[in-house]
Design a protein around this ligand. Structure first.
Ligand SMILES: [Zn+2]
Length: 272
């Protein structure tokens, strides 16, 4: 108690001593004012920086009539590569085509960013995505890691209106038996950041993982992936219980196996 009183007294004394000079007091007040203005300015600047890189997003997450289906990579960009089995660009296209068919069967209009093994620059994909009215964007990828043990589905989004869709797709993928949950995350991928509609990117498992990589070679498994993603999209638009699954026996153009003697090195991979 005494110590506290002593502190108060000494502070008052110090103030009296300093404030003998009016100029010094004025200087203290000005310094405080400047500090406050600088702090407010920084907060405003930070808030502005956080919002500028994102495109303005139309919230069509419950009204959309079109789904832009984006098969990741293509052409010179193989994406994640495996020594055995088709590269990411091939399996992503196969799942995307299956998804495309299922969505059209569910009375949704679709636009594919690519329907063959061609290279499409990311900016062109963004242009296709943003040219659609009343749409959502779904990008199909497979993952890769140097750590062979890592596995699981991951779904990425950027804008608030994309959050529901991302969660729904992840939850539906998790109904596949023995699946691992890599979670729903935000990411600054260009196709998400510059999208003017709700947009998600689905990583349908790790090609680098023995179990997930092997499953992906099986067309029935790829059909299952497409089916779960389609169900999530249809439920997002029309509500639960509306989706009717259909199975296609084989793909029109099965994913190509790499040429024999291939070293398995990635060539010109552009991530997302
Ligand atoms: Zn990819």
């Amino acid at each position: 108690m005494n110590a506290r009183r002593n502190t108060v007294v000494s502070l008052e004394l110090a103030e009296k001593l300093f404030c003998r000079s009016r100029g010094f007091c004025y200087w203290i007040i000005m310094t405080r004012l400047v500090n406050r203005i600088v702090t407010i300015g920084l907060v405003v600047l930070l808030a502005a920086c956080a919002t500028t890189p994102t495109a303005k997003v139309n919230n069509t997450s419950k009204t959309f009539s079109t789904v832009v289906v984006d098969a990741g990579h293509g052409g010179k960009d193989s994406g994640a590569y495996r020594r055995y089995g088709p590269p990411e660009k091939a399996v992503a296209l196969d799942v995307a085509q299956r998804l495309d068919r299922k969505l059209r069967e569910s009375q949704l209009k679709t636009v594919m960013t690519r329907s063959s093994d061609v290279f499409i620059p990311l900016n062109d994909r963004v242009a296709i995505e943003n040219a659609q009215r009343n749409a959502i964007f779904v990008s199909i990828h497979f993952n890769d890691s140097r750590r062979r043990g890592i596995k699981g589905f991951e779904t990425y989004y950027r804008s608030g209106p994309s959050f529901d869709l991302a969660n729904r797709i992840q939850a539906k993928l998790m109904t596949i038996p023995n699946s691992a949950n890599g979670g729903v995350h935000t990411a600054n991928f260009r196709v998400l950041r510059l999208a003017s509609c709700p947009a998600v990117l689905v990583e349908c498992g790790y090609l680098s993982n023995r179990s997930e990589g092997n499953k992906t070679r099986d067309w029935e498994y790829r059909e299952l992936l497409a089916d779960r993603i389609a169900e999530a999209i249809v439920e997002q638009r029309f509500g639960a219980g509306v989706y009717r699954a259909s199975t296609q026996v084989a793909a029109q153009s099965p994913p190509q196996e790499p040429a024999s003697g291939d070293t398995g090195s990635a060539t010109g991979a552009t991530r997302r």
